[in-house]
Design a protein around this ligand. Structure first.
Ligand code: PLP
Length: 389
């Protein structure tokens, strides 16, 4: 099945549900068994079948099945947020005395919360590596390197990684390769087909797609499924059934939404390249972006999230620009139907390769609004920026 067809059909079975198109929302804690034998049988493999609410209900399994099919993985595990998915995946493979390699441009909380707080307390040593390292990651591998973590393009600055080269070098030394694939979604990049073992989605973003639920999904190869699932369990991660339902509903329209996010994002990026206030546009689908050739080789599309670096404007002028925007709202997260803009500070979350751009960085999310309305909103913003400078 091609991916658009999978989006429409994966993870549902109307015949098993009165012919109703969408899987129902099952709320559950206790699941009862008719006999002692049936109860004891269920304990042999608690990750299969319906045994207790925390282990998932048929609604959870429907979402997991659909995302695993899209990612081309063995099975998936749904957890209550993208960050929960990242934490569970890292903790599953690294313990005291181990070493992990993490790309320098990962999502901020992956670095500051999962690595610098949780892993540090566990006695796991973390080295942040230059995301452009490619096959030279081999030089950073140690005998105790258990995990190599990738995110491509990276958060805030959108550098592309050579995923197959890094994955091959990591696996040659026995490390598990984990990738945050939220930006591309499984529609525009398939980590497992490029040598990655575990692909993470902050489903909160494009899969849910409507800014109304928090969810993470971890898709793994057969080899690593039990390890990840057991850790997600041990952490008590139970994805809420209503949120799994919203994610499944969001999935059905993912391809049409993403195509529009991509088109509008690229149109805005090209327009921004021509603006005198802008020093750089960070968008891998632009032909002169440093990551463009890797993007073209490995990805089949771009989402609506990218950044720009402004020329040297004072923060007060940036505030004048942002405060008056009518369509671009300021707020965390992205992936919904609405356009967003955020002043970000990459220099605060880089250690291997310092971020040296001198002007302020703005991250934009192109929503589903009309692109001319969006451009006009930004144009008025630039007028305020220049007037306040
Ligand atoms: C938002 C985000 C996450 C975290 O997802 P939550 O559901 O907010 O916990 C992880 N990775 C990336 C790249 C993100 O943008």
């Amino acid at each position: 099945m091609k991916k658009d067809t999978l989006l429409a059909h994966a993870g549902r079975d109307p015949e098993a549900n009165y012919g109703i198109i969408n899987p129902p929302v099952y709320h559950a804690s206790t699941v009862v068994f008719p006999t002692l034998a049936a109860l004891e049988e269920s304990e042999k493999d608690p990750f299969t079948g319906v045994t207790y609410g925390r282990f998932g209900t048929p609604t959870t399994f429907a979402l997991e099945e659909a995302v695993a099919a899209l990612e081309g993985g063995y099975r998936a595990v749904a957890v209550p947020s993208g960050l929960a998915a990242i934490a569970a995946s890292l903790i599953a493979f690294a313990g005291a005395g181990d070493h992990v390699l993490v790309a320098d441009n990962v999502y901020g909380p992956t670095r500051q919360r999962v690595c610098d707080l949780i892993l540090a307390r566990m006695g796991v040593e973390v080295t942040y590596y230059d995301p452009l390292v490619g096959a030279d990651i081999a030089r950073l591998m140690r005998d105790n390197t258990r995990v190599v973590f990738l995110e491509s393009p990276g958060s805030l600055t959108f550098e592309l990684q050579d995923v197959p080269a890094i994955a091959a070098a990591a696996k040659a030394r026995g490390a598990v390769v984990v990738m945050d694939n939220t930006w591309a979604t499984p529609l525009y990049f398939k980590p497992l087909a490029h040598g990655v073992d575990i692909s993470i989605q902050a489903a909160t973003k494009y899969i849910v797609g409507h800014a109304d639920a928090m969810l993470g999904v971890i898709t793994t190869t057969e080899e690593h499924f039990q390890t990840v699932k057991r850790m997600a369990h041990a952490l008590g991660h139970a994805a809420a059934p209503d949120d799994c339902y919203l994610a499944l509903r969001g999935l059905r329209t993912l391809a049409v939404r993403l195509a529009r996010h991509q088109e509008t994002g690229l149109a805005l990026a090209r327009w921004l390249e021509g603006r005198p206030e802008v020093a750089r546009v960070l968008h891998p689908a632009l032909p002169d972006d440093p990551g463009h050739s890797l993007w073209k080789r490995d990805f089949t599309g771009a989402c609506g999230l990218f950044s720009i670096v402004l020329k040297d404007f004072p923060k007060s002028a940036v505030a004048a620009m942002l405060d008056g925007l009518e369509l671009f709202a300021m707020g965390f997260s992205w992936g919904g139907y609405e356009s967003l803009i955020l002043l970000v500070y990459p220099e605060a979350v880089r250690s291997a390769v310092p971020w040296t751009a001198s002007g302020p960085t703005l991250r934009l999310h192109a929503g589903l609004e009309d692109v001319q309305d969006l451009t006009a909103d930004l144009e008025r913003g630039f007028e305020r920026l220049a007037a306040a400078a």
